[in-house]
Design a protein around this ligand. Structure first.
Ligand code: A5P
Length: 236
């Protein structure tokens, strides 16, 4: 993890990561757009390229990203086939493997669909998101999107693997773009994230979880020292 920077420095780093990522997008590509404050910097940078005459077809991973993309002049299309490239932020990124935790913004299911549809998935972040291993971020939950139907039972089942906590916003349950709920699973065993991911995939009522394992091939990390590009090495 990098040293704690000021909020302004973090914004500037996110901007630099987003701008670098926008350089990866070739004219005519179909591109997946992530969600969150870092991904929004990428969307803005891509919008600048579109304003300069480049043309992209974009699939957005949230309503908020859709709105921003349209505002900056990007064409939004349905997710109906493979994407050339997808770019997204993350909440924690394992330095070597690029295994990541995503979903603190609540868009994890669409983000995962977009990431898995992409021939190349690239993470962008400031260096505060880097960690030697995911297990070294016990402060972070594994966000899990669950169906509203029977969610208390789903929470009971998930309690075997950690402390599932219903995410709230403004005193009410947080509802995703898909009309579902989020259970944030605290204190899960992240030492072997693949095992946890497989377990979570088998719990009835779970729509998707925020463990993005083996999906990102590279990461663009901005720090006070510049912009670093990391390539994933296989885990295990
Ligand atoms: C949204 O659901 C998340 O997965 C975001 O990608 C993640 O929370 C990173 O967001 P920031 O770039 O705002 O930190």
């Amino acid at each position: 993890m990098g040293r704690p920077g000021s909020a302004a420095e973090r914004v500037e780093q996110k901007q630099r990561a987003g701008m670098r990522a926008a350089e990866l997008v070739a004219d005519g590509m179909t591109v997946g757009l992530g969600s969150g404050s870092t991904a929004e910097q990428f969307v803005r940078a891509l919008g600048q390229r579109a304003a300069a005459g480049a043309r992209f077809r974009c699939v957005a991973s949230s309503g908020r990203t859709t709105a921003l993309a349209r505002e900056v002049g990007l064409e939004i299309v349905e997710l109906d086939g493979p994407l050339d490239l997808a770019i997204d932020g993350a909440d924690a990124i394992e330095r070597d493997t690029l295994r990541a935790i995503k979903g603190l913004g609540g868009a994890l299911t669409r983000e995962k669909l977009v990431a898995l549809a992409a021939r190349t998935f690239v993470l962008i972040a400031d260096d505060s998101k880097l960690t030697p291993t995911l297990a070294e971020r016990p402060d972070l939950p594994a966000p899990i999107e669950v169906l509203t139907f029977g969610w208390q039972l789903t929470r009971q089942r998930l309690a075997a693997f950690g402390e599932p906590t219903l995410r709230e916003r403004d005193g009410a349950p947080f509802v995703t773009d898909n009309g579902n709920l989020i259970l944030d699973l605290y204190h899960a065993d992240l030492a072997q994230p693949e095992l946890l991911a497989e377990t979570l995939n088998g719990v009835p009522g779970v729509v998707a979880h925020g463990l993005f394992l083996g999906i990102a091939s590279s990461a663009i990390i901005a720090s006070e020292d510049g912009v670093l590009e990391l390539t994933a090495t296989p885990s295990g």
